[in-house]
Design a protein around this ligand. Structure first.
Ligand code: FES
Length: 180
């Protein structure tokens, strides 16, 4: 993801703060809005957020680091999440995660050197019955084994746009998010 221009970033942050600061419990919706706007929460925005909400910078940092969904660094072109919650662990997600980390050469919360894939853990995708589950963008896939993962990685790095626009052959109706 392209780094935002600082002036653009400042203007956008000011706008988002004005839109959210008067909401009850403004911090979480504001952080979500910032991440939506930039793909991550630039650390340089924390002072302005803290000041606007009468919080300390440490409090804002604490919330950002507490929630797995917030990022403090730009992510890759594709975000690949592997479910590490209990049901998926019982179905092999630890082994799948280890295989994926090895194949990509990155750990969780890191991005491949080519900027293509950011690997993240996630804790339940609502697809427990068909784990191990993974999410790529807004698509959730179930029963992902090492071979399926290899094919996903290959397609993401070679033809990512095709994956974004067409369901994969392995993606079946019973693996859609929320189906059990
Ligand atoms: S535990 Fe993995 S989708 Fe629910």
């Amino acid at each position: 993801m392209q780094e935002p221009n600082f002036n653009d970033q400042d203007n956008r942050i000011t706008q988002l703060i004005e839109q959210h600061q008067h909401l009850p419990g403004a911090l979480l919706p504001l952080l979500h809005a910032v991440q939506q706007a930039f793909g991550y929460i630039p650390p340089t925005t924390v002072p302005a957020i803290a000041e606007a909400l009468a919080l300390s910078r440490a409090e804002v940092h604490g919330v950002i680091s507490f929630y797995h969904g917030f990022r403090s660094q730009p992510c890759g072109r594709n975000v690949l999440q592997i479910c590490c919650a209990e049901a998926c662990q019982a179905r092999g997600s630890r082994q799948l995660a280890a295989h994926t980390r090895q194949q990509l050469g990155v750990d969780f919360h890191q991005t491949t050197a080519d900027g293509e894939i950011t690997l993240e853990p996630v804790y339940c995708l609502g697809n427990c019955a068909t784990g191990p589950s993974v999410r790529i963008g807004d698509r959730v896939l179930g029963r992902v084994d090492a071979a399926t993962m290899d094919r996903l990685l290959d397609e993401l790095t070679r033809v990512p746009l095709r994956f974004q626009s067409e369901p994969m052959a392995s993606e079946t109706g019973d693996t859609t998010r929320g189906s059990q």
